[in-house]
Unconditional design. Sequence first.
Length: 353
Amino acid sequence: MAGMRSARMAAGLRDSRRWPRVWAALAAVVALAAAGCTGPARLPTRPAVVPPGKWSSLPSGTTCKGMIHHSTWEPRPGNFKPNHVMPNPAAVHAALAARPRAVGGADPRWDSWLLPRVDGQFTGTTDEIFQWAACKWGLPADMIRAVAYRESQWYQYETYPSGRCVPDYGCTDLFSSATADSKKYCNNSATYGYDYQKDFGSGICPKTFSIVSVMSWQDPSWGQKWPGYQNGTFPFNRESTAFAVDYYGAYLRGCYEGWSYLGTKTAGDIDGCIGSWYSGAWHDPAIVRDEAYSSVTPTRRSTTSAKPVIASSRTTTYDTRSFSRSIRSFSSIASVLPTRKKGESDTVSSSRR
């Protein structure tokens, strides 16, 4: 059991928390600019997933750069910097190779083919990054868009002017209490440019980062005592949107191939794989796949008008008229305004470390 937990969390999974009616509510984000010609690519209602066993035929990241729909549409201008950060591939591969997943029960191909393919070597708009990763891993772009919307409202890593990260907008899953292990993890994280303990307390810091919530924390009680008590994804998942989404795509592909710690039963079951990323549970009952990608078609009316998103320190503004038009035909979505700490302004900084 400890080995299974280790493999699960090492793969970048989240602690369980809210996920109400995930598919019906989440896929609405695909319509953010559907009313205009500069929005995301219009994809088939249910794009095909490259089937299990075809992994060797997947296109490379370089090939996929030429296979996406390019657009200037960017509903999250604050993502600009992390959207244009490509980590050093050698550093990424060294960090992941130092923490082998197969020892926790995953198929050896997880270490020999899957993770060596993760490099985050792409720059572009937020939606272009989703498309690139979807192409690279043989997944539906709409699915990645939807999951990312629910995980972070499409924010890669938001901070207040003080530098404190905004929970649930690119950093989340803070430790509920400090332990010797959490202090070691937080102290190690602090060596990468920011000490979260000054904001949240000794031994308290985020376990999870990025637009798709890639967990970095590796509890030694799960079986492996990896360097820094993290799985090798940090700080790449914080600094680079492309790395985070690339890693997420890799996890789903490995699971979909039947290579995960859960065994071959995962092969061909994308719903189960999405559930296992979220909480580690196969077909997590907290996830309700209501209408899946079909809810992308504009057939339903919203009773809630869209609110403007957070303004950045660069006084970025959004065209709230087109934003409202885009969402009008979809299910209501929650406000994207995060809660703020007492004494801090409502302005969120777009600066990235």
